[in-house]
Design a protein around this ligand. Structure first.
Ligand code: OSB
Ligand code: MG
Length: 352
């Protein structure tokens, strides 16, 4: 496999409704779609999940465009690749910039699967199964009840509620008690601190199946203390930037499970390595989202097809965030499940 072209396309779409987290309100999503092509005219697609500003991670759309165009492209173009796993190794000489690397690496995996004539989920060792879908609900007390009712009626298998030390705990536990069949996750996006540790402990009674990233990404000790003091599972998101971070979480007992975000971890190779490590250590994992378009979602669905991934991931219907997605067909959640495409590669056409 020899890449003859790598193209970058910019996509920018308003969200149907602004998405409010305690860190940032996202009103518009800007993303880079990467298309890699070979001499025979086949192409593969990846999506860069960096945001416009560094509110969630350090990388941005502009930094990724620079790194992809000026640094990663020259390393990869015209190289003879036997397997997409080589891309990660070639990129190792470039420090960090995992979102930029992931976007290109994922596109190569898609192309490789297409050249082999297999769905990407099959190539990575997944199985054909309905993928359980979860939705995210912003921490807006005015609308939360209505949103939970709507998501449950739509059949979503899990609802993730954005929380912070300012959340109304009585309101949350009231809602959770009203839906005993529904699975609830909480995502704090690192908003708790040593001073609010006691408030976190109170969340133990609310009925969440897990709490995602209570403390900041470097707060390994606080996470270990929370894991020891709580019965609710501690799930790390922002803290997990690499394979080594997962090793550290295991060694320091700083969490019970992790969110897999391929677009932030550097792509397929690193993520598959992490999934194996978690499997060997009985660490639970599920596939996380970042308000993405269909290209990234399609890769994430292939990841969720791995037999060791059981918990519902961040998989909302294309029409949850967007009037119109950039893939055909769009991502459809039916009765809380997404069917895996039997088409080659990511299994979706890209409309750019
Ligand atoms: O922390 O999981 C997060 C969105 C953007 C950045 C970070 C996160 C999120 C979400 C949305 O929680 C999940 C989704 O896309 O469905
Ligand atoms: Mg999160």
């Amino acid at each position: 496999l020899t890449l003859t072209a790598i193209d970058i396309y910019e996509v920018r779409k308003p969200l149907k409704q602004p998405f409010k987290t305690s860190l940032q309100t996202v009103e518009e999503r800007e993303s880079l779609i990467i298309k890699v092509s070979d001499a025979e005219g086949s192409s593969g697609y990846g999506e860069c999940v960096a945001f416009t500003t560094p509110w969630y991670t350090e990388e941005t759309v502009v930094s990724c465009r620079f790194v992809i165009q000026e640094v990663l492209m020259p390393l990869l173009l015209h190289q003879n690749l036997k397997h997409p796993g080589q891309v990660n190794r070639i990129f190792q000489q470039v420090k960090g910039n995992r979102m930029a690397k992931a976007a290109v690496e994922m596109a190569v995996w898609d192309l490789f699967a297409k050249k082999k004539g297999v769905p990407l989920w099959k190539l990575v060792g997944g199985e054909q199964k309905p993928i359980p879908a979860g939705i995210v609900v912003a921490a807006d007390p005015e609308n939360i009840e209505r949103q939970v009712a709507k998501a449950t009626a739509a059949g979503y298998k899990r609802i993730k509620i954005k929380i912070s030390p300012l959340s109304d705990l009585d309101l949350l536990s009231g809602i959770i008690r009203k839906y005993p069949e529904q699975l609830f996750f909480a995502d704090a996006n690192g908003t708790f601190a040593e001073e609010t540790f006691e408030q976190l402990l109170e969340l133990d009674q609310a009925g969440f199946a897990l709490i995602e990233q209570p403390f900041g990404e470097e707060q390994w000790q606080l996470h270990a203390k929370a894991k020891k003091s709580m019965k609710t599972a501690i799930c790390l998101d922002e803290s997990i930037r690499s394979f080594e971070d997962v090793q550290r979480m295991i060694e320091e007992q700083a969490g019970d499970m992790i969110v897999l975000k391929m677009g932030r971890l550097g792509g397929w190779s690193e993520t598959l390595k992490i999934a194996r490590l978690c499997n060997n250590h009985s660490i639970g994992m599920w596939v996380g989202g970042m308000i993405e378009f269909g290209v990234s979602k399609a890769h994430n669905l292939a990841l969720a097809s791995l037999p060791e991934i059981i918990l519902p991931g961040d998989f909302s219907d294309s029409h949850h965030f967007w009037e119109e997605d950039i893939v055909f067909p769009e991502i459809r959640v039916d009765n809380g499940e997404v069917m895996l495409s039997e088409e080659n590669g990511i299994g979706y056409e890209v409309k750019i």
